[in-house]
Design a protein. Structure first.
Length: 391
């Protein structure tokens, strides 16, 4: 047990607004705290040259820590200044989670108003930028590598859902949250972050609450957030990995724009194999690839109870369980945005923030490709953020 106020008292006496008001004994064992100065040095004063990206939570920098480790340093945006105690409580939970397929959180910085997360740096970027990105990537995603990535992601998510106690609902399974290490081992990032952001921060909570295209219908429409919503997101991602296509691409002919819809159509015609990424030039195990696509359909079934658990998914992917034993029905789709109440961005701005959870506006809706990064400009209001332990 470490006395929390002790940790900060050296800084507290210099300024009243740095008082963290944590007067009780608070167990911060296992949490590594970095000073702001150390992180500033690591990132060369948060130099734009070291900036590797920007997401809904804030900017991410690459930096070298004092111990020589290279880190991804995520500076949470100003609005996300949560109380120290709440922040550290969540950090403690995340810090204790270790799995080969989950990004390791090294620690955090909570000085003054700064809220910074320090993660293990992954060399090969995200699936959104490599496999699905329009930019350049030297990575050749062979079938073997894709299969390893699918199984790894499934294992990481099964761990969060079934091993961690209490279990964690990720809420934002998507290609940009799958990072690849030097050996192309996939690591799920951003788990446990939802609770770090105050629920009234509608803009940021959008990003936390999921990305259009990966959103399970019951979550998008009714705000029901359970592990089954993550499983839906995983199903979409699985199909993206096999096909090399983003879940939505309005540049394609009508009828082919929504990947899930297209997958269902080809499944019914028994032509799933036609969906496998052309970049593989036919060099893949067709039985396995079609099995993966069927698992993707199973994970995205409209009724949450028809979706398999993540541990079953792992077994189906590895062939220990027969996917054909289960009946596959039409997946749940929210490509029909009429199900949701769409508002213009302007209207959103003028309205109070506590609008209903199923309200969204997306300035990206008319863009030709809604990739895994769609959430970058989508604004969706969910007031169900604390509702995650319901199934
Ligand atoms: N541990 C890491 N190692 C290497 N790169 C990282 C790491 N974490 C994040 N990044 C990169 O930083 C960028 C921003 O990540 P961030 O998680 O903030 O946003 P995002 O995942 O793109 O979107 P969202 O905020 O919706 O999750 C991404 O392009 C990602 O590739
Ligand atoms: Mg992310």
């Amino acid at each position: 047990m470490t006395c929390f106020s002790f940790l900060f008292c050296r800084r507290d006496d210099s300024s009243k607004n740095q008082s963290f008001e944590v007067d009780e004994e608070f167990d911060v064992h296992n949490v590594k705290f970095y000073t702001y100065k150390e992180l500033r040095t690591a990132t060369e004063d948060f130099s734009p040259f070291n900036k590797i990206g920007e997401g809904g939570f804030g900017s991410v920098y690459k930096g070298r820590l004092k111990n020589g480790n290279i880190a991804a340093i995520k500076v949470l945006s100003a609005e996300s200044r949560q109380g120290v105690k709440e922040f550290v409580t969540e950090i403690k939970v995340i810090s204790e989670i270790e799995h080969e397929n989950l990004v390791k959180l090294y620690g955090c910085c909570v000085e003054d108003n700064h809220r910074i997360l320090v993660y293990n740096y992954l060399e090969n970027n995200s699936l959104a930028q490599t496999l699905l990105g329009s930019g350049h990537s030297n990575i050749q995603f062979s079938w073997k590598i894709r299969s390893k990535i699918c199984i790894g992601i499934a294992r990481g998510l099964a761990f969060l859902h079934e091993e961690v106690k209490p279990y964690i609902v990720h809420r934002d399974i998507k290609a940009s949250n799958i990072l690849l290490d030097r050996d192309l081992t996939p690591k799920i990032s951003d788990f446990g972050l939802a609770k770090l952001i105050p629920a009234n921060m509608t803009h940021v909570s959008t990003r936390v609450a999921g990305t259009i295209g990966y959103l399970a219908p019951e979550y998008a429409i009714r705000g029901q957030l359970t592990r089954k919503a993550d499983i839906y997101g995983f199903g979409v991602l699985l199909i993206e990995i096999v096909t090399g296509r983003c879940n939505t691409n309005t540049r394609l002919p009508v009828g082919e724009q929504y990947l899930l819809e297209r997958t269902w159509e080809l499944y019914e015609r028994r032509e799933l194999v036609a969906l496998v990424d052309d970049l593989l030039n036919g060099d893949f195990d067709a039985e396995e690839a079609c099995r993966y696509l069927k698992i993707g359909l199973l994970c995205t079934q409209d009724a949450p109870k028809l979706r398999p658990s993540m541990s079953s998914v792992v077994k189906m992917l590895t062939g220990e369980k027969d996917v054909n034993e289960r009946k596959i029905t039409k997946p749940g789709l929210i490509s029909d945005f009429m199900d949701l109440k769409v508002q213009s961005s302007d209207k959103m701005k003028s309205e109070p923030k506590n609008t209903s959870y199923n309200t969204f506006s997306s300035s990206d809706r008319d863009n030709s490709t809604m990739s895994s990064g769609t959430s970058a400009s989508a604004t969706m209001t969910f007031n169900t953020l604390s509702n995650d332990q319901s199934a």
